[in-house]
Write a protein that binds this ligand. Structure first.
Ligand code: C2E
Ligand code: MG
Ligand code: MG
Ligand code: MG
Length: 286
């Protein structure tokens, strides 16, 4: 494993290290800083959730929000989640981060609910978290602690959890009994077929943004999106398109039967106070 090779080389000292080109050392140092900084990040409040609205495409009214984690590292600045989440998955620290995300998101949704703003809250769940024996229990606890009704919480999982189908199916049934909603994120980028999905108790399928990005320029992507819409409709899952950046994409989607969406056209992910303003605007002005 490349990471381990570099790590061993460094531990052994300078003589080994000279075999690695300078960029590798920079990348390596950054990874080590990220890995070692995660615990402090959690304790010192360097982690924050931003929220991106999901909207009904025909009306622009809010459907819910997705919580997306942000880390402002004291030395490295903003670190994108794709970078530190993958490191945290390897070390297992993602479980602690994930617990925090769920608690924070539930508390925020409950606080919005108390102030009359009823929005569904969705959180991203790594397969490492999802496969933890205590996962469902943790969700149940977070709901109890926050007082958020289960149907207000959604979990976004990816097709990567489908490799252990038996276990995933069991967990999904427990979550359904609990009353939380589950969506399949980044749909179309993995290997699971709609055939597999059809047997699972899920509520929502998210078409990956790579399809939406090229839906107007690549006829292949356009026909793939059309067939996803038709098939998902037949299975009676809801469908949402991610990464919507312009009106032409909205027209394509609504013309073909996809009525939920998310993307920079409506709003980027924003801190709670800012997204709150946008949600209130969307509720009143459209
Ligand atoms: P994702 O769940 O598929 O989230 C969508 C990503 O697309 C987000 O990137 C979002 O900011 C970005 N996005 C939204 N609308 C647009 C658009 O119109 N155009 C473009 N180009 N991008 C758009 P972000 O926030 O950098 O997150 C990246 C990924 O990191 C997420 O992908 C998710 O897999 C992971 N992630 C984020 N927060 C968490 C978390 O709390 N827990 C876990 N396990 N993973 C997380
Ligand atoms: Mg997501
Ligand atoms: Mg996605
Ligand atoms: Mg993604």
């Amino acid at each position: 494993h490349a990471d381990n090779a570099m790590y061993i080389a460094k531990e052994r000292g300078k003589n080994n290290f000279q075999f690695y080109i300078y960029e590798d050392k920079d990348i390596f140092d950054r990874k080590v800083k990220i890995e070692r900084g995660l615990n402090d990040a959690l304790i010192n409040g360097e982690l924050e959730l931003h929220y991106q609205p999901k909207v009904y495409l025909p009306s622009g009214k809010p459907y819910g929000v997705e919580a997306l984690i942000r880390w402002k590292h004291p030395e490295l600045g903003m670190i994108p989640p794709i970078e530190f989440i993958s490191i945290a998955e390897k070390t297992g620290f993602i479980k602690k981060i994930g617990d925090w995300v769920i608690q924070e998101a539930c508390a925020q949704a409950k606080s919005w609910k108390n102030s009359g703003l009823n929005v569904k809250m969705a959180v991203n769940v790594s397969s490492v978290q999802f496969e933890d024996d205590f996962f469902v229990e943790k969700i149940r606890q977070a709901l109890t602690d926050s007082g958020l009704p289960p149907e207000h919480l959604g979990l976004e999982i990816t097709e990567s959890v489908m490799h252990d189908l038996e276990r995933t199916t069991a967990t999904l049934h427990e979550l359904k009994r609990l009353g939380v909603k589950v969506s399949v994120d980044d749909f179309g980028t993995g290997y699971s077929s709609l055939n597999v999905l059809s047997s699972l108790p899920i509520d929502l399928v998210k078409i990956d943004q790579s399809f939406i990005r090229e839906v107007l320029t690549d006829p292949n992507k356009a026909s793939l999106v059309k067939s996803m819409i038709t098939m998902v409709e037949d299975l009676e899952f809801d469908l949402i398109a991610e990464g919507i950046e312009n009106e032409l994409q909205v027209n394509f989607l609504t013309k073909n039967g996809c009525y939920l969406g998310q993307g920079y056209l409506y709003s980027p992910p924003l801190p709670a106070e800012e997204v709150e303003k946008i949600l209130k605007q969307q509720l009143t002005t459209v």
